[in-house]
Design a protein around this ligand. Structure first.
Ligand SMILES: [Ca+2]
Ligand SMILES: [Ca+2]
Length: 241
């Protein structure tokens, strides 16, 4: 049997691509009402999601180091695909004063009503909700830190302590109607001043946090692919007669 003509094969792939597109393309989440248990003067939690790293003063927590601190954000619209989603987080610590990287942290999601959490306060804000902790599928440090997953699903940084860093993390979720994201900064005895950051005084800076979401490809996509391939093959057979 001859292989499918290139033109026909291209048409098949294009048609299939259109069906698969919603699964393959990452949607960037718009986050709003940044809220934290504490924000350092001039380092408000809102700077962590203002869409820029031009201002290197992101979220920092002096004098609240040596203790766990929390930031929460609302998604602007409900997100989460019925067949499951994969979230990709980018956490940038690019402050010009070196070593303000993240020591230990974890991420969570909620589907609670937006009116019940994230009141927008930079210090003393409402961060309580029904949170589902994410179990990371992958995590990496651009500048060579060692990230180790802990029993509570947090990540602990060790080894090389670079001046700045960008962390990329992915995590699956079956949740739909996601209304909020929580970033918990956690202490650890291995961190300077008990953390939760890796600066000598336990501080850190989140210059920018960005989140995108993709759908886990659903079985129906593969069925559609097979169906299209059969249609294309049938058309090719008819053309050959
Ligand atoms: Ca709210
Ligand atoms: Ca920022």
């Amino acid at each position: 049997m001859k292989p499918l003509p290139t033109a026909l094969l291209t048409a098949t792939l294009t048609a299939t691509g259109a069906i698969l597109a919603p699964s393959a393309q990452a949607a960037v989440l718009v986050l709003q009402n940044a809220t934290a248990t504490i924000s350092q003067d001039q380092f408000s939690v809102a700077k962590a999601v203002d869409g820029t790293t031009a201002d290197d003063r992101g979220w920092a927590i002096l004098p609240g180091t040596g203790a766990a601190q929390t930031a929460v954000f609302e998604t602007q619209s409900d997100v989460g695909f019925g067949g499951g989603s994969v979230l990709t987080f980018t956490l940038e610590s690019l402050h010009t004063s070196p070593f303000h990287t993240l020591g230990r942290f974890r991420l969570s999601l909620t589907t609670d009503d937006r009116s019940s959490f994230a009141d927008g306060l930079a210090t003393g804000g409402g961060v309580t909700a029904n949170w589902t902790v994410l179990d990371f599928a992958s995590f990496s440090s651009a500048n060579g830190q060692t990230l180790t997953e802990q029993p509570d699903f947090s990540l602990l940084a060790s080894g090389t302590n670079p001046a700045t860093d960008t962390l990329t993390l992915t995590a699956p979720t079956s949740l739909t109607g996601i209304t909020g994201i929580r970033l918990e900064m956690l202490t650890d005895a291995s961190l300077p001043s008990n953390g939760p950051g890796r600066a000598p005084n336990g501080n850190f800076v989140v210059t920018e946090m960005s989140v995108s979401i993709t759908a886990v490809p659903e079985p129906v996509d593969y069925a559609a692919f097979a169906g299209l391939a059969l249609v294309a093959f049938g058309a090719w057979r008819r053309c050959r007669r």
